[in-house]
Structures are given as C-alpha cells and as structure tokens.
Design a protein around this ligand. Structure first.
Ligand SMILES: [Fe+2]
Length: 277
C-alpha cells in the first residue's frame, strides 16, 4: 500500500483530460479581498515546526506527488463518509489566487485511505470532488485517514481553477503525527489546523493557486483646469464676480453673471451663470 515517493507530479494524459472535463464552465474569480487566511501554505520558506502559514500574497501552495491511487471521474459530493467507519473529519478553508483573493468554482478532487490505510481502487469510496462557493470556500466531510507503510497520515487533493488548464496536485497533513518526521514526502507547509470537536475533528486549510490576482479598475484621470483667477473649487455660498474661474467636477468654468452660489447652482446646472472653459 505504500506509495512510490519517487513518483512525479506528471499525470497521465487521460486522467488530466478527464479532470479538466469535470470542471466545465465556471465562474470567474471573485474580486473581493479576504484578510489573512485561517491557515495556509506557501511555496517556500516552510517552517521547521508544525505550524501552518497564513496566506501570503505571491506564495502559492506547493505541489506534491500524486501517488499511485488517483482515479479520475470521482463523484461530485462534499461528504465521503457514506458506508465508511472512522473518526469524522470536516475540512474547510478557502482557495485563493496569488493575491489572496478568494476563487469561486475551483474544483477540488479529494481521495484518501480508509481508517485501515487502504484505498478503494475499484469503486469511489473516500473519493469525491466539490467546488468552492462564491466566497472561495470549500467544505469536505470525511474521516481521518489511516496509516499505511511508508507514509504519514495524509489526504490527497487536486485543484483546478475554472477556465484554467493548470492542476495543482498536493497533499494535506496532520500536525503532531510521529511519522511527519520520517515521511520524505511530508512538507510542513501543507499542515492543516486540526482540532478535536466532540468525537470528531475539524481541520482548516487555505490553498493559494498560481492564479494572478485581480486589481481594482484604475480610475480614469479626470482632466483638471487650473483657474486663471478668482478661482478655486466651486462652493455654494461663495460670491462670484463676472470673469471668475472655478473648477467643478474636474472641469473649469468662467462666471458669466455675478451671483452668490447656492446648492443646486453647480456650474453644469446653470449655463446662464457659468460657461465651461
Ligand atoms: Fe496516499
């Protein structure tokens, strides 16, 4: 049951094609910025201790070996516990782009061993895919995977942002596992935050995909006209004389009739008083 630690991240052409096909047409990235991630991973600078990292802009979740047990075409479901026994585990978190902005409709395909450390390679027990919601949040209900020779406790996952061919294949780990220190594939940047709740576990992990962030639209510069005299910005209550120049809404105006400005008499509204320069 041990996985080949020398396996590469390369997937077969068939599995990759089918994985992409499962995505379909998704929504675009949600442009809202979320604050610090509850738990996360970074591509480099992984800590030597069992502590997950917060989402750091530009630092993406590292890829890991797929291992020998991935099966394409998993069912879409967010609960893998049907028909299996074990300690209930709920894994939640965000999927972010490089700017730590949440990504909606990201496909996450999970697979893992059962409580005895065995994979179901015939059917789809403990296999399933789901999507992030409009806030970039995913939620998986499963069980704590068992151990098998050569590996520490882990969950496999593939992620794919909508409309993008790139797939991130990686694994999630549990803190405090003795085998974390001897598993050559294990990486501390992929540790989940795990806590015990009742008889089960709750874990969080935020992924950061190598997807460019979206920035706010650049405001169109408004032309400004420097008044030549009597000027400044138009203000209600000001007494203006013929020839005075003001700016309003980024445009310049010349006073045509002496008057004391009132609210509602803004230059664009009263062509009898103001002529645009
Ligand atoms: Fe595995």
């Amino acid at each position: 049951m041990s996985e080949n630690p020398h396996a590469t991240d390369e997937e077969s052409g068939l599995s990759r094609k089918q994985f992409i096909a499962a995505v379909g047409v998704g929504a675009l990235a949600v442009p809202a910025v979320v604050g610090a991630a509850t738990a996360g991973a970074a591509a480099s600078g992984a800590p030597a201790v069992d502590e997950p990292l917060a989402c750091t802009p530009g630092r993406t979740t590292i890829a890991q070996t797929e291992g020998p047990y991935f099966k394409p075409n998993s069912p879409e479901r967010d609960d893998l516990t049907a028909g299996v026994s074990g300690t209930r585990l709920v894994v939640t978190g965000h999927v972010f782009n490089r700017a730590c902005q949440p990504l909606s409709r990201v496909l996450l395909d999970f697979w893992q061993a059962d409580t005895m450390g065995a994979y179901d390679n015939v059917r789809y027990t403990l296999r399933g895919h789901l999507y992030t919601d409009a806030n970039g949040v995913y939620r998986l209900t499963t069980i704590v995977p068992g151990l098998y020779p050569g590996r520490t406790r882990h969950i496999h996952v593939k992620l794919q942002a909508p409309g993008r061919p790139q797939i991130l294949t990686t694994q999630l780990y549990f803190p405090g596992e003795p085998r974390n220190n001897t598993d050559t594939i294990y990486d501390p940047s992929l540790l989940m935050n795990v806590r015990t709740v009742g008889s089960g576990r709750e874990a969080t992990f935020d992924f950061v995909l190598d997807v460019a962030g979206t920035s706010s639209p650049t405001p169109t510069p408004t032309p400004t006209v420097t008044p030549t005299g009597g000027g400044g910005t138009w203000r209600a209550g000001t007494a203006y004389s013929v020839g005075d120049q003001v700016t309003y809404g980024g445009a310049g105006y010349r006073c045509l009739q002496a008057h004391t400005a009132l609210a509602g008499w803004e230059p664009p509204n009263v062509p009898a008083l103001w002529r645009r320069l």
